[in-house]
Design a binder for this molecule. Structure first.
Ligand SMILES: [Zn+2]
Length: 77
C-alpha cells in the first residue's frame, strides 16, 4: 500500500467519524464508498498547493478523473 493510499484511508475514516459514517464527495457532494474514494488536492500542486491533510479532500474516482479529463483527453487524442 502506498503512502498516499494510507493517507486516503486515514482521511476517509476521519471524515466518516466526523460525519457519522457518510463521506461526501468534495466535487459532486454525493456520498463516496470507501473503495471508490480518491484523494483530491483542494488547491492543485500546480498552483502552489501542498499534500498536507488540510489541502486534501475525498472525491469519487470518476469525479476526480473528470476534473482532469480535459488534459487527459487531449493527451489521448
Ligand atoms: Zn463525486
Amino acid at each position: 500500500m502506498s503512502r498516499l493510499s494510507l493517507l486516503r484511508t486515514r482521511i476517509y475514516r476521519t471524515v466518516a467519524r466526523q460525519l457519522h459514517g457518510s463521506v461526501p464527495c468534495w466535487i459532486c457532494g454525493q456520498p463516496v464508498a470507501a473503495e471508490d474514494a480518491t484523494l483530491e488536492h483542494i488547491k492543485p500542486l500546480s498552483e502552489g498547493g501542498n499534500s498536507h491533510i488540510e489541502n486534501l479532500a475525498i472525491s469519487h474516482g470518476a469525479c476526480n478523473h473528470g476534473r482532469h479529463a480535459k488534459a487527459a483527453r487531449r493527451s489521448a487524442e
